[in-house]
Design a protein around this ligand. Structure first.
Ligand code: FCB
Length: 477
């Protein structure tokens, strides 16, 4: 595989080998409500923080919004057909909270729930398992106006919403994920402010992380009490983290970033405790007085499975000793208390997001979770790549995206062979879509979306993925 941006060859792990996955391995694709649905003011939906944020000048590239997106709200039947053509066995999508409980409080909106009932029925009719994520970042705006995730009450509101949605769909949806990437909601939403709601407040970001996890634990308890037969998860975006150099200072930078990216969620959710070193690193940011007795026990409510989103590795170095003493690191940051850590690149091939392609980091991440935390079935709930796509004669040829997925699937297989209980893979994404602060300028889909006409064109990577699913594995390279 060659990366067009850099013309460098992307190394594949054992690229010539044919690999078969365990039987029953889930082959999926993922999307999220605000990124694809559009119809933001239809059938009773009210604004979320992403509607507000994307309408705020300067927040999203070229002023793009999710107003229309992929118009999936009206085209979901066609989109399910695309999934069926791929042979997907599972589809991960999210529910828009302000669609099913406008304003974030009070009774359900029947029209909002009906949309998801129709979608779920359509999936089931095509033999595709629906995997629901309750929160993929679209907090109802009134809840942000009341203080948002830094406030404990938002966790309580989330539990109400989760129960109401699970009551309506829990008879036909077996797999439930509370949150997608709480790291992004907390630290990009309230720390660096590059995601909605766009606040820049280090202490608030740490409080937000806690209340997201609290909402998760309490919601799992409540949903499981209603239907113990269903399966409950959270999805974390985990990174491999390595020091840039051999110094102790770089090793410490890696420890800190691993703490803030990974362990600040893994330890509470899977062990019922915050890592001591992370608490110490954060001592100037917060005294953790927002943590109440019993919270950690609730947060550690046993999971039926853990979702992992994997995209790349962080390689980090200690603060530059030659930098001006001026604390440039007090600028809004998503690394509270560790704003001075530098992120370095290694010159590896990158995707169109400039993220370095690092499949060994996926093996490392999976093995680490398996080795260090109690055994829980794992799923890759997102993995994929943005590349620049061109339509030529009505077709889109994207061999680099297929190669990216190939190398990461080989990494999954390697982890499984090493004993990791990895049970499925969801490719991000089924469709090109609204890529948050990047708007429509980044394309992650295996299906091309022409946003003018809403025409969908399965890319060559879609045909390749369909073949992987058909074989339950990878052909020899
Ligand atoms: C993840 C998000 C998903 C998508 C991918 C590229 O962080 O969960 O919505 O934007 O990145």
């Amino acid at each position: 595989m060659t990366n067009p941006a850099t013309d460098q060859r992307v190394p594949l792990l054992g690229e010539e080998r044919q690999l078969t996955f365990p039987s029953g391995f889930r082959w999926g694709a993922a999307t999220a409500a605000y990124q694809i649905e559009g119809a933001v003011a239809e059938d009773g939906r009210t604004p979320s923080i992403w509607d507000t944020f994307s309408r705020t000048p300067g927040k999203v590239i070229e002023g793009h919004t999710g107003d229309v997106a992929c118009d999936h709200y009206h085209r979901y039947r066609d989109d399910v057909r695309l999934m069926a053509d791929l042979g997907l066995t599972a589809y991960r999508f999210s529910i828009a909270w302000p669609r099913v409980q406008p304003g974030g409080r009070g009774p359900a909106n029947p029209a909002g729930l009906d949309f998801y009932r129709r979608l779920v029925d359509e999936l089931l009719e095509h033999g595709i398992e629906p995997w629901v994520t309750l929160y993929h970042w679209d907090l109802p705006q009134p809840l942000e106006d009341a203080g948002g995730w830094p406030e404990r009450d938002t966790a309580e509101r989330f539990v109400d919403y989760a129960v109401l949605t699970h009551d309506a769909l829990g008879d036909r949806v077996r797999h439930w994920t509370t949150f997608n990437e709480p790291w992004c909601s907390a630290f990009l939403g309230y720390g660096s402010g590059v995601h909605a709601p766009g606040r820049e407040d280090a202490a608030a970001s740490v409080r937000a992380a806690h209340h997201l996890m609290l909402g998760h634990g309490l919601a799992v308890q409540a949903m499981r009490a209603a239907r113990p037969e269903n399966e409950f998860a959270i999805t974390l975006n985990l990174y491999a983290v390595s020091p840039a150099g051999e110094t102790e200072a770089d090793a410490d930078a890696a420890r800190r970033i691993d703490g803030l990216a990974n362990r600040i969620f893994l330890d509470p959710v899977l062990r019922g405790e915050y890592p001591e070193d992370v608490r110490a690193d954060l001592r100037e940011v917060t005294d953790f007085d927002h943590v109440r007795e019993g919270d950690l026990a609730a947060i550690a409510t046993p999971l039926s499975m853990l979702g992992i989103n994997y995209y790349s590795r962080h390689v980090v170095a200690a603060a530059n000793p030659d930098a001006t003493p001026e604390p440039y690191w007090r600028a809004p940051s998503c690394w509270p208390g560790s704003e001075d850590v530098r992120f370095v690149t290694r010159g590896l091939p990158v995707t169109d997001m400039e993220w370095e392609i690092d499949a060994p980091g996926l093996v490392e991440t999976l093995r680490r979770v398996h080795d260090e935390y109690p055994e829980v079935p794992l799923y890759i709930t997102e993995n994929g790549a943005a590349f620049v796509d061109k339509v030529v004669d009505g077709e889109v040829d994207d061999p680099d995206r297929a190669a990216f997925v190939d190398v990461h699937l080989r990494a999954c297989h390697e982890a499984i062979s090493a004993g990791v209980p990895l049970r499925g893979y969801f490719l991000w994404s089924l469709l090109d879509n609204f890529e948050w602060a990047w708007g429509y300028t980044k394309r992650f889909g295996i299906t091309y979306v022409d946003y003018e006409s809403q025409r969908r064109i399965p890319k060559s990577s879609a045909r390749w993925y369909a073949e992987v699913i058909r074989r339950n594995g990878l052909a020899a390279g």
